[in-house]
Design a protein around this ligand. Structure first.
Ligand code: FES
Length: 234
């Protein structure tokens, strides 16, 4: 069956996409970058970080969870939206403890790359400097809660052969942390451990004995700005 194509606009330019495609994916397919963080291609979108907020026919919506429809008018690059996204990055940077120079994910980290994009050298909000644990009981992976931004990518993507997630949210509100299922993750394979590390947008999940294989300066975001692979940048 032929897919139905819909016509939509981003920042006044017309594009086509298959009906039902999420705005973020439809934009990417058309070479338009919408900043995002919790979204990851191939896993169910959650809309938790709000980085991809756009205006859809005047209303604020998350591009990762909203599907395109015919004659939809989207605003992506406006001062208002970029300021909002910048604020989200600043809040994340101050809410946790992010020491980029000592992090194995530096240069791979999407939060750091977004901080570069928004030219954030010193966030305008006070650092909360929370006291959070590092967990390294698992033989293959370690988890540093200080860097976790609660995007749920690991929960959504890292599962055993029965579809059970190796990660989960524990506690509520300000106390929420990612917990690792000791039993399920006890025998985690090298491949899944690597996938967990790769899917984490920050440095909260690291594969042990993996340090600095790619030298600093040679890492993706050391060289190119986040989103530049998609196409149109602001
Ligand atoms: Fe859409 Fe996080 S990327 S809400």
């Amino acid at each position: 069956m032929m897919a139905t194509l819909v016509n939509f606009k981003i920042d006044g330019k017309e594009y086509l996409a298959e009906e039902g495609t999420f705005i973020l994916a439809a934009a990417k397919d058309n070479g338009v970058y919408i900043p995002s963080l919790c979204n990851f291609e191939g896993i169910k979108p959650k809309g938790s970080c709000r980085m991809c907020t756009v205006r859809v026919n005047g209303n604020l919506m998350t591009a990762c969870t909203t599907r395109v429809f015919d004659r939809m008018e989207i605003v992506n690059m406006s001062d208002e939206l970029e300021e909002l996204r910048r604020g989200i990055v600043e809040l994340m940077l101050t809410e946790g403890n992010h020491f980029c120079p000592s992090c194995e994910k530096s240069g791979f980290c999407e939060l750091q790359a977004l901080a570069y994009r928004y030219r954030i050298s010193s966030p305008r909000f006070p650092y909360l400097s929370p006291d959070r644990p590092v967990e390294s009981k698992n033989p293959k992976i370690m988890k540093d809660q200080n860097r976790c931004i609660l995007c749920k990518r690991c929960i959504r993507a890292i599962k055993d052969e029965n579809g059970k997630s190796l990660f989960a949210f524990k506690n509520r509100g300000y106390q929420v942390v990612i917990s690792i299922d000791t039993e399920l993750a006890g025998g985690i394979s090298d491949e899944l451990a690597q996938k967990a590390m790769d899917i984490c947008p920050v440095g909260a999940i690291l594969k042990k004995r993996n340090g600095f294989k790619v030298p600093i300066g040679e890492r993706p975001f050391d060289k190119v700005e986040i989103g530049s692979e998609v196409g149109t940048m602001s």
